[in-house]
Write a protein that binds this ligand. Structure first.
Ligand code: NAI
Length: 345
C-alpha cells in the first residue's frame, strides 16, 4: 500500500517509517501541506495521510476523489479541518482518537506553571546573570478554582493533575461523564458558572460550530478579573481579538496558548526571518503575560510512536477488512464517536 503523506516534519518520519516497514505500508513524504494546489501529488497513491493544518475542504475532497483516492488517514484526533459532510460518501476518514492524553494535559500544566510562576521571565533573566526577583511574584495553584471545559480523555488527565495541586475543580461538558458527575472532587456546572467562578480556565473540547469562539467578548466579560486562560485544544475556540482586548483591559491575567485561530500558515514553520503579518498574534506574543507555543502539546516521543502505529494500523485494517473502529461517521454505525455533532449517517 502506498500513501501520500502531507505536511511532513522530520519527527514524523522516524516512527512512520518504522511502523510502515513493519506493516507493509510505503509512505511518500511531502513537505507541503495538502491544499487544492497540492492535491494532485496524491495521484497514483492508495491513500492520503494528513495532519491538523492540512486543508480537507469540499474542493480538495472532490479532487482527491477524482484521483481515485478513497481513504484519508488523519494522524491526529481533531477533525475540524475536514469537511465531514462533504466527505460522506466520498472518502473514508480514519483518525487517531487517542494517543497520549498525558502529552497534551501535561503541556497545558507546563504552560500554566510557566505563566503563574513567571518561569519564562526568570529563564531569560538568569541567562543574562540578572538574578533580581522584582516582577516575578506568582501565586499558588493550591486552593484556586480551575474550570475545565471538556472532560474527555485530555480533560480528565488535566483534572487528575489539578487534584494533585489541591485545586477546586469545576467542569463543563455537553455530555458530562457519569463517573465524574458522582465524584466529590469535581463539580459539573453550567458554562456561565464556570466562567464566573474560575481563576483558571482550560479548554479541552473539540472545535465544532457550537464551540467556535466559545470564549468571546461576552464570555470574557463574565470571567473573574485576572483569570488565566489555557487553550491547548483548537485556536478558534477563542476569539483572539476579544482575548487581546481582555488582556489590554487587564480582565485576563494571563493566557497560555498552544493553538491559535489563524495558525495554519504559521505554526510548525520557522518564520523567524519573516515579517509577521498577523498583528493580533504579534501583539499577543508581545505581552509579558501571554505564552504561545506552536501546537506543540502532542509532541512527545510516546505520542508520536502511538500516532504512527495507530495510523498505520488504521490503514492496514481498513484495506483488509473494509472497516475500522477509528473511521469517522462515514456510514451508519461505522464510528464509535458520533457525539460531537459530526455524525452525518
Ligand atoms: P475527547 O473526545 O476525549 O473529549 C472531548 C470532550 O469534549 C468530550 O467529553 C465531549 O463530550 C466534550 N464536548 C463536545 N462538545 C462540547 C461542547 N459543545 N461543549 C463542551 N464540551 C463538549 O477528546 P480529547 O482527546 O480529550 O481531545 C480534546 C481536544 O484536544 C481535541 O478535540 C483536539 O481539538 C485537542 N487536541 C489538541 C492537541 C494539541 O497538540 N494541542 C492534541 C490532541 C488533541
Amino acid at each position: 500500500m502506498r500513501i501520500a503523506f502531507f505536511d511532513t516534519k522530520p519527527y514524523d518520519k522516524l516512527f512512520f517509517e518504522h511502523y510502515g516497514e513493519q506493516y507493509g505500508v510505503q509512505f511518500k513524504f511531502f513537505d507541503t501541506k495538502l491544499t487544492l494546489d497540492t492535491a494532485d501529488l496524491a495521484r497514483g497513491f492508495d491513500g492520503v495521510c494528513v495532519f491538523v493544518n492540512d486543508t480537507v475542504d469540499a474542493p480538495v475532497i472532490d479532487r482527491l476523489q477524482s484521483l481515485g483516492i478513497t481513504t484519508l488517514a488523519l494522524r491526529c484526533a481533531g477533525f475540524n479541518n475536514v469537511d465531514m459532510k462533504h466527505a460522506f460518501g466520498r472518502l473514508h476518514v480514519l483518525r487517531v482518537p487517542a494517543y497520549s492524553p498525558y502529552a497534551v494535559a501535561e503541556h497545558a500544566i507546563a504552560l500554566l506553571l510557566t505563566s503563574v510562576r513567571r518561569i519564562h521571565k526568570a529563564y531569560i533573566r538568569s541567562k543574562d546573570f540578572n538574578f533580581s526577583l522584582t516582577g516575578l511574584t506568582g501565586f499558588d495553584l493550591h486552593g484556586k478554582t480551575v474550570g475545565v471545559v471538556g472532560t474527555g480523555k485530555i480533560g480528565r488527565v488535566f483534572i487528575n493533575i489539578c487534584r494533585g495541586f489541591g485545586m477546586k475543580i469545576l467542569a463543563y461538558d455537553k455530555y458530562p461523564a457519569p463517573d465524574l458527575a458522582k465524584d466529590d472532587t469535581v463539580r459539573y456546572v453550567p458554562i456561565d458558572t464556570l466562567l464566573r467562578e474560575s481563576d483558571i480556565i482550560s479548554l479541552h473540547c473539540p472545535l465544532t460550530e457550537e464551540t467556535y469562539h466559545m470564549i468571546d467578548a461576552s464570555a470574557l466579560e463574565q470571567c473573574k478579573k485576572g483569570m488565566v486562560l489555557i487553550n491547548t485544544s483548537r485556536g478558534a475556540l477563542v476569539d483572539a481579538e476579544a482575548l487581546l482586548a481582555g488582556i489590554k483591559s487587564r480582565k485576563v491575567g494571563a493566557a497560555c496558548l498552544d493553538v491559535y485561530e489563524e495558525e495554519s500558515d504559521l505554526f510548525f514553520e520557522d518564520n523567524s526571518g519573516h515579517i509577521l503579518e498577523d498583528d493580533t498574534l504579534a501583539r499577543l506574543i508581545s505581552m509579558p503575560n501571554v505564552i504561545v507555543t506552536s501546537h506543540q502539546a502532542f509532541l512527545t516521543e510516546d505520542a508520536l510512536r502511538s500516532i504512527a502505529e495507530t495510523t498505520v494500523r488504521n490503514l492496514v485494517d481498513f484495506a483488509r477488512l473494509g472497516q475500522s473502529p477509528n473511521e469517522l461517521c462515514y456510514r451508519a454505525g461505522s464510528t464509535s464517536d458520533c457525539r460531537d455533532g459530526k455524525c452525518f449517517s
